[in-house]
Design a protein. Sequence first.
Length: 77
Amino acid sequence: MEPLIHDLSALFTQLGLANDELSLHRFVHDHRLDNETLLPEAPFWSEAQACFLRDALWHDSHWCQAIDQLDVLLRQS
């Protein structure tokens, strides 16, 4: 059986965010991370969103690839 891997759109849905292409681009444009801030600790997440991200990363869940992709996008200049 193939491992379950979610894409960025599915991650946004899981986080309760709009997941259409325009909304994804707008989110990345409006939110930036410096190199000192871990993604789950960013100030723009709700407590539930931050908890989900922390737990997914801690447990190396099937969400990790999408979370890593979002992390990279938010750190680009």
